[in-house]
Ligand binder design. Structure first.
Ligand SMILES: [Zn+2]
Length: 368
């Protein structure tokens, strides 16, 4: 049955009812760990945030593989401080690595992007890449891949003292092209890797989160970013091949003319899932309301705000805006930023901090 109040309630009141209310931050260093600690304790915890994901990729002190570490990185000592403050506040910390895509800087020219981490050290792990693809991928069947990623997972679980790992799996555009892979379907290739990493995480008593885009058929789900936000490279049938205990992070960042169709898809497929917001006030609200229609479905875990911007930028902007917002309930969106030449990371921090207010920060204005 469709819940009519999905379109009447304040978005904050909807979000407040969800069991999971997650926020993405990037890793801290010795220079800004105090920002992280202050923000968790004085903003995220009082706002009822339950999970903080920490986007690290190769920017962590992987002690089992120091050769793959990229600087600047979150040290094991800083990870402990991040973990300690979250634990003190009853928040689950979720470190994120990313395979098999996003193994390089984002491509800005036609030159090959600079490989990072594993691929920098082991160039033969490269899956042949397509022209115009934004980042490089590693071969899902390279014999070195699983042993290294298992070690990375173990390092993260130990340093952050957590059982929940985000393993990435977004925007994998190059898959199934090399001689090792080309006779196997891309759905099987990605499902095998998801299942193997999940089995490793589960063997440690943990839970694995992944982004959902590779499991969505781009010809079936209309989105603004077809091919990225959905799959056009044959991986979507993996949705029926992977373990149901993986948590799907369902990222869609724009307002969609036809509405967001994926919450009911994950519910039908039997996956626990988290609709993910980012930088669009309207798109985020639309997605939260679409999810809330399924409020009685136990697989709808809650919401997950992504920020995709440097941690301290996001924190500074959110902290600056909260006092006035709490008084007035008005989000002052600086539209001039949309057309300015400010770097995308600053723009993302500005926009996602507005969505953070919209989703998580209560205000004192009486109901109209
Ligand atoms: Zn391959």
């Amino acid at each position: 049955m469709i819940s009519s109040d999905a379109y009447m309630k304040d978005v904050r009141d909807i979000v407040a009812q969800f069991p999971v209310r997650a926020v993405q931050l990037y890793g801290a260093t010795e220079k800004n760990i105090e920002d992280f600690e202050r923000f968790v304790e004085h903003t995220l915890a009082p706002a009822g945030v339950t999970h903080v994901t920490v986007t690290l990729y190769y920017r962590f002190e992987y002690r089992s593989h120091p050769e793959i570490v990229e600087s600047p990185y979150t040290s094991v000592a800083v990870a402990k401080r991040m973990s300690d403050v979250c634990k003190k506040c009853g928040i689950t910390i979720v470190p994120e690595l990313d395979v098999p895509g996003h193994q390089s800087n984002v491509r800005r020219t036609e030159d090959m992007p600079a490989p990072l981490g594993m691929l920098r050290v082991h160039p033969d792990m490269l899956e042949p890449y397509g022209k115009g693809n934004s980042t490089l991928s590693v071969c899902t069947r390279h014999p070195l891949l699983r042993p290294i990623v298992y070690d990375m997972i173990d390092d993260l679980m130990e340093a952050f003292d957590t059982k929940v790992i985000h393993a990435g799996f977004d925007e994998v555009l190059d898959i199934g092209k090399c001689p090792r892979c080309r006779d196997t379907s891309t759905a099987t290739l990605i499902a095998d890797l998801i299942n193997d990493l999940n089995a490793h995480v589960r063997s440690r008593g943990g839970e694995m989160w992944i982004w959902g885009d590779r499991l969505l058929d781009g010809t079936r789900f209309p989105t603004a970013n077809v091919g990225y936000e959905t799959s056009l490279n044959g991986t979507a049938p993996a949705v029926d091949l992977i373990s149901k205990d993986v948590v799907i992070c369902d990222w869609h960042y724009n307002e969609e003319p036809m509405g967001h169709l994926t919450p009911s898809y994950w519910a039908t497929k039997g996956f626990r899932f988290l609709p993910c917001a980012f930088n669009s006030l309207k798109g985020s609200e639309q997605q939260i309301r679409a999810a809330y229609v399924l409020k009685d479905c136990p697989n709808l875990l809650g919401t997950y705000l992504t920020t995709w911007s440097p941690m301290s930028d996001f924190i500074r902007l959110a902290e600056q805006k909260i006092p006035e917002y709490q008084k007035t309930g008005i989000i002052h969106h600086d539209a001039s930023l949309e057309t300015s030449d400010s770097s995308s990371s600053h723009l993302f921090a500005e926009q996602s901090s507005n969505v953070f207010l919209q989703m998580y920060i209560p205000h004192d204005i009486a109901e109209q």
